[in-house]
Design a protein around this ligand. Structure first.
Ligand code: E4P
Length: 220
């Protein structure tokens, strides 16, 4: 399972990238709106720092505007994946971009039918938003299970990218059902790393070593 960071925050991206934990990044207009600075500069910098796929989203909603933006965003770097909303014109853009060899990530997917259509249009990734479904009283993980099963049944090559992740158990469940990628807000990646028994165990090891040092002054 690949781990992407769902953020436009450069400090977080650098921090986790230095640990070797970032297989890719997803951004969207809302995430960019939270950061200070020119969004174009931020996107350039993310694409430079991260070696894996970086999803940059178009804001146009017509075929022509999405294609124009897609070509502009793709110039940011070879690892750019163009994020396209789940719209009829979006599917047309995905088909054309796929023919041109440009990778796409279809965003705002909330049903298995939408995911199937995005895959058939040629999407490299589909992004079902599970947290927003949970918020609306529907089980987001059930959708991931359905999409993974359908894609497996028909050997679709489109990656299932679990988005709108709200807590570490979403990651465990996504892995169990065979999703290809999870994209995580940085705080969730931090939470995945932590466990109170790790902290307690380390404190005990260090305290015991202090006792050993007292009894063996030559030890450093
Ligand atoms: C996906 O690519 C989106 O950027 C993101 O996961 C949306 O998550 P949210 O529902 O927390 O805004």
């Amino acid at each position: 399972m690949k781990i992407f960071l769902d953020t436009a925050n450069l400090d977080s991206i650098k921090k986790y990238n230095d640990m070797g934990l970032v297989d890719g990044v997803t951004t969207n207009p809302t995430l960019l709106s939270k950061e200070k600075g020119n969004p174009a500069d931020i996107m350039h910098e993310i694409v430079r720092i991260v070696k894996g796929p970086v999803s940059l989203e178009v804001v146009g909603t017509t075929y022509d505007s999405m294609m124009e933006e897609a070509h502009r965003l793709k110039k940011y770097g070879r690892n750019v994946v163009v994020k396209i909303p789940m719209l009829p014109d979006g599917m047309k853009a995905v088909k054309k971009l796929s023919e041109e060899g440009i990778e796409t990530n279809v965003t705002l997917v909330f049903s298995a039918n939408q995911a199937v259509l995005a895959a058939k249009a040629g999407a490299s990734y589909v992004s079902p938003f599970i947290g927003r479904l949970d918020d609306a009283g529907q089980d987001g993980m059930t959708l991931i299970r359905e999409i993974v099963q359908i894609f497996n049944n028909y050997k679709f090559t489109t990656n299932v990218l679990v988005a709108s992740v709200r807590h570490p158990m979403h990651v465990v469940e996504a892995g169990k059902v065979g999703a290809h990628v999870v994209t995580l807000p940085p705080d969730i990646l931090g939470k995945m790393m932590a466990h109170p028994l790790t902290d307690k165990g380390l404190a005990a090891f260090l305290a015991d070593w202090e006792k050993v040092k007292k009894e063996n002054p030559k030890l450093s």
